[in-house]
Design a protein around this ligand. Structure first.
Ligand SMILES: [Zn+2]
Ligand SMILES: [Zn+2]
Length: 141
């Protein structure tokens, strides 16, 4: 795993007031290195091959802590699986119903409403669904 990513992960943890243990750094690094919005299980399997000592509970707890402190974001897919995202700028998502990958796409809706029915809007998670570029290609073949 990339050394500079680990430095970045360590800095992000410190800024969020989380003590940067080796396992936490590895969990966050794994997320920073992918744009595929993995589930906790995907991250656990990826790390498990390099760090045999890491437990599933550590991965889950670390991800939840990172979401709590606003370091990363989580979202639920249609199948109500929780997936994680390290990108913090406002963006929308595209969920492919075939390969189940989630892609970042530019925020489409221009202005975000700040108030709806008296509720204060703090963020907006827009998820488009359909077939991704690759899966579309396979359908055409
Ligand atoms: Zn796809
Ligand atoms: Zn995203």
């Amino acid at each position: 795993m990339n050394k500079s990513t680990q430095c970045e992960a360590s800095e992000m943890l410190k800024r969020a007031g989380i003590s940067p243990s080796y396992q936490r750094i590895m969990v966050l690094s794994a997320l920073l290195e992918t744009d595929e919005h993995p589930s906790a299980d995907t991250i656990y399997k990826k790390l498990g091959t390099n760090i045999p000592a890491i437990s599933r509970a550590t991965v889950y707890n670390t991800l939840n802590l990172l979401v709590d402190r606003g370091v990363i974001h989580s979202m639920r897919t249609a199948g109500s699986e929780t997936r994680f995202d390290s990108v913090c700028e406002a963006h929308s998502h595209f969920f492919c119903r075939k390969c189940k990958r989630i892609f970042d796409v530019a925020q489409q809706s221009g202005e975000i409403e700040t108030e709806l029915d008296g509720h204060l809007v703090e963020s907006q998670d827009l998820v488009y669904k359909g077939l991704c570029r690759e899966c579309r290609g396979e359908m055409i073949k």
